[in-house]
Structure formats: C-alpha cells, structure tokens
Design a protein around this ligand. Structure first.
Ligand SMILES: Cc1cc2nc3c(=O)[nH]c(=O)nc-3n(C[C@H](O)[C@H](O)[C@H](O)COP(=O)(O)OP(=O)(O)OC[C@H]3O[C@@H](n4cnc5c(N)ncnc54)[C@H](O)[C@@H]3O)c2cc1C
Length: 326
C-alpha cells in the first residue's frame, strides 16, 4: 500500500483524530491515485479491525502482540519502524495527538525520514501534494513539499480533516502482520492508561465544549459555567486569561498555546475572539458565542451569536436545558 494510516485507541475505542487521519488518507489517495491501509497495533483488537474494515481503504493491517496490549513509547516505535520498513508506504498518517507526539519522532529518527507534524491540510500543485503548517501562532502558513526518498511521516492537527468526511467501503481485507518484540526492548514501566492531561481532560476528543473567557469576571462565577457544562455533558474549555489567573488548569486552555479542538458544539462565553484563541477552535462544527460587545471578533466566526451578559444568561441557559431534559 502507498498510504499507511495508524489508529490510536484505548479501552476498545478508536480516537476521534484517527478517523480524521482516515479522512486525510482517503483524500490524498483520491488526489494522488494511491492505495491505503489502516494499521492497528495492539492485542486482541479484532473488533477494531472489523470496524476499520468497513471504511473505504484497500486493507487493514493488524499487528497483534501481547507487548502492544498497552501503549508504550518503546513498543510502538520499535513495532512501527519494523512495519514501515517491511511495507514501504510513501506516506504514514496519524492525528497530532499527545501519544503520537510521544513516539513518532523516535520513528522518524530511527528511520532517518522526515516528520511533518501538526499539518493543517494540503493542496495539489503540478500533481504534487503540498502540505500546509502554521507558524508564529498562526500568523503565517508555510507550504511544505517533502523531498528525498519516502516514507514521509505526517501528522494532521485536530479538525484539519473532518471525521464526517470518512468514506465507507464494502469490506476491506484484514491482514495480520508479525512484529518482532521482546520485553528487553520496552524500557518504560506501565502505570496509568495514557490520558491527554492529568485530571482526565482531553478537549481534543470532546464533542461538546463550553469555554469561558475573561468575560466571566471572577473565579466564583466559574461554578455556574461548570453547572452548565455538566448539564450539557460538555467539557470545560478556557481562554488564556482564565488559565493565567489560575481559575482553571492549563489542560483546559484552547488556542495556539493550548489545545486545538473540533467539537460538534463550541459554546464561547465572554471570549473576544483573539487570533491566538481562534486558531485553536475554528474547526468546531457549530460555534455559539455570547458576548456583550456586538463588535467582538468572535461573532465573525460564530454560527449563532447572542449579544448579552453571560452572568445573566448562563444560569437561564442551564435552567432551560434542565427543563428541556426533564
Ligand atoms: C504568544 C501568545 C499565545 C497565546 N495563546 C493563547 C491561547 O492559547 N489561548 C487563548 O485563549 N489566548 C491566547 N493568547 C492570548 C490572546 O491574545 C488573548 O489575549 C486572549 O485570547 C483573550 O482572552 P479572552 O477573549 O477571554 O479575553 P478578552 O480579550 O479580554 O475578551 C473578553 C470578552 O468578554 C466580553 N465580556 C466581558 N464581560 C462580559 C459579560 N459579562 N458578558 C458577556 N461578555 C462579556 C468582552 O466584551 C470581551 O469581548 C496568547 C497570546 C500570546 C501573545
């Protein structure tokens, strides 16, 4: 195969950004006339393989090994190096997740092959795929044309491609592949399952996010936003001033120096819409902004805008949602 898409999974669930990686791989395959495969590393992962085989890819590869049952940087990087060497793909694609940041640079170094990371997309020029990546907090977009011998390792940032764009297939074949791993190769000890951040906040995987900005005014007001989030079943995001004031931990920060998110609903409360915030949330499918300033830049991006005081609106919104659920 030409394009190898690597799945990330935990507790039997495929990471949302792996589906976005599939969308990226399918798009590249269509534009360049290439074949695709999904690779699953793990142990007893036949259900995941079956799920993957329903997508429009040429093959699903399964590297089933007891030492891959739990993620380890050593295990994944050693196995992936072997698989890439054996299968010789042109492109290797993953979502730009914490786990990938942990192990993929090792694979790049071991193979002496380029890693183009945190890409925002690609465009076609003279039959070549030119990849795009933001620099200087999103102020500049760079165009990258990989040269030298493949494979090229690519990671796409959250929302660079849409999960909804994944094309279903008619049943890809599943092939088991061998990896040569033994305990001596895995130097790290397993502790807790990998989490995006201590405290279990992983905004990149959240479907609903309620984000608070400086407009919340003071720390005591955060409780009303937490109640709204709990009522909606949403994760809590924050702009940088809220994190700088230590009203919420860093794991909640959305933006160029925080998380890049792409939920189905992003509720922006008292957020002005500065570029450093917007680069982290502009891929959200529905953006609802509440701000008392009608000229706040966030309204240029929002699908729905409410001009008003969040301190008045939040409790009413929570009440309305509770009533609607009752
Ligand atoms: C290198 C660098 C990296 C950065 N990284 C990030 C980042 O990752 N994430 C990030 O968010 N920022 C980041 N910033 C900061 C960014 O430039 C902005 O300062 C920040 O996003 C502003 O946050 P805010 O919208 O909450 O606050 P403000 O810009 O102060 O906006 C507050 C908004 O709340 C509204 N408001 C006030 N009271 C109410 C009320 N009662 N009801 C309704 N609306 C109200 C106001 O009208 C205003 O629009 C970075 C900056 C730099 C220089």
């Amino acid at each position: 195969m030409d394009i190898l898409i690597i799945f990330e999974h935990s507790n039997g669930k495929i990471h949302r950004m792996s589906w976005e990686a599939v969308a990226a791989g399918q798009s590249l395959a269509k534009d360049l006339g290439l074949t695709t495969a999904i690779l699953i590393l793990g142990s007893n992962v036949s259900e995941l393989a079956e799920e993957a085989s329903k997508k429009n890819v040429d093959e699903v590869l399964v590297a089933d090994h007891p030492l891959l049952e739990r993620y380890s940087s050593d295990g994944y990087s050693v196995a992936l190096k072997q698989i890439i060497t054996d299968e010789s793909p042109t492109y290797v694609i993953m979502g730009h997740t914490y786990m990938v940041r942990d192990f993929l640079p090792r694979v790049s170094v071991a193979l002496k092959k380029p890693l183009l990371c945190d890409l925002t997309g690609y465009y076609m020029e003279n039959g070549n795929s030119v990849f795009t990546r933001q620099l200087f907090q999103g102020k500049i977009t760079s165009d990258i044309l990989p040269n030298g011998e493949p494979p090229y390792l690519l990671t796409f940032q959250s929302a660079a491609f849409q999960e909804d764009a994944v094309v279903d297939g008619s049943g890809a074949s599943v092939r088991n592949i061998d990896v040569n791993l033994d305990k001596s190769m895995i130097r790290s000890q397993y502790e807790e399952p990998f989490q995006g951040e201590v405290g279990g906040v992983d905004l990149t995987a959240a479907e609903l996010i309620v984000t608070i900005g400086r407009g919340i005014g003071k720390e005591e007001n955060i409780n009303m936003v937490k109640e709204l989030g709990d009522t909606l079943g949403a994760q809590l995001g924050a702009s940088r001033p809220v994190v700088d004031a230590e009203w919420l931990p860093t794991a909640h920060q959305v933006g160029s120096s925080g998380q890049t998110v792409s939920p189905k609903l992003y509720l922006a409360l008292g957020i002005s819409g500065a570029i450093q915030h917007v680069v982290g949330m502009k891929g959200s499918k529905n953006i609802v902004a509440i701000n008392k300033d009608p000229d706040a830049p966030i309204f240029e991006l929002a699908d729905y805008g409410i001009i008003g005081d969040i301190i008045e609106i939040i409790p009413k919104l929570t009440e309305a949602i509770k009533n609607a659920k009752a």
